[in-house]
Design a protein around this ligand. Sequence first.
Ligand code: AMP
Length: 358
Amino acid sequence: MSTIGILGGGQLGLMMAQAAKKFGHRIVVIDPDDQCPCVSIADEFICAKYNDETAIKDMAALCDVMTYEFENADAQVVSMYLDIFPQGSEALTISSHRYKEKKFAKKLGLKTPNFFKIKSEADLFQIVSFPTLIKTCRFGYDGKGQWLIRDVEDLNEIKLEFPGEYIAEDFISYDREISVVVARFVDGIVTYPPFENVHEKGILRQTTYPSSISEGVARLAVDAAIAIVEQLNYIGVLAVEMFVSGNEVIFNEFAPRPHNSAHLTIECADFSQFDLHIAAITGQKKIEPQMLKSGVMFNILGQHVAEVFSKQAAKPDKHVFIHWYGKKETRFNRKMGHVTIAGDDKLNELVLRWRMSR
Ligand code: AMP
């Protein structure tokens, strides 16, 4: 039994904590919001900013091991406690900067969209192929900090803030989006098979297992995820998001933490991504997860809350698992929970019934 410190008290922290409790661990959480999802489950809760060095020092003194649940954790703070942060700081430094991340993937030999850095207005005029996406290098998530540039007119209208760092990358007209969730233990690497994802306006709406990609494409995707985690000084779960175009796999980004697209492993696998993460960071022996059932996950965004309650009240079903994150404030596009439909029985019928209307 260990005491595990979690930097960040959001839904990923909550599901990490739920897994940790099954293994009998204690949980300490730090988050600036004293109403965050982890408040109700933490054995100790520290209300402070993630880069509050005194608070982190106090937390480190209480914990055998620490983890972070989001990629904008402060890499410098993490690097001060490397001996108790098995995820390390390297994966954070790279994944929290989109240009560094794409350069890292390219250097590894992975296919990426064409990209370059934008540091000034003048750099914008290097964009000659359309459509192009411009993204902030830092702090973009769920489609925030992204602009689609369809033509020169869009380019003339866009207002970026300088000094500031952006990346411009080719817009890929992909066939599918997939993710591979990989876990590195002290004694080896394991992965789940690829999951297939649907995003709308940059926000994940649906994940499906099994994916509809071929075995060859799945192999390429799994190999890419393994190559990434092998290159980093990293222990724990890590997710890689990719585009599939024909038989090609194109790297988009990675997240050094459990990922929204693998929430269905809670019901559809023998060991969930959160079980794997906790086992890996506490130094347990490698667990080879097996997918046991097909599944579909829908995110419950703020605008879906009433719809989910009425669907559940109208017809509860033993294959439908609803997770609420306990967030106090409901907002449009805010992730409030998720629904997993697990099992091969009636999957199509339930998916049609549960697909969110907006
Ligand atoms: P990101 O925050 O980079 O993961 O982007 C969020 C979503 O925007 C992705 O899951 C895609 O649906 C879309 N997207 C991001 N980059 C590209 C790209 N280069 N081409 C096409 N769609 C993209």
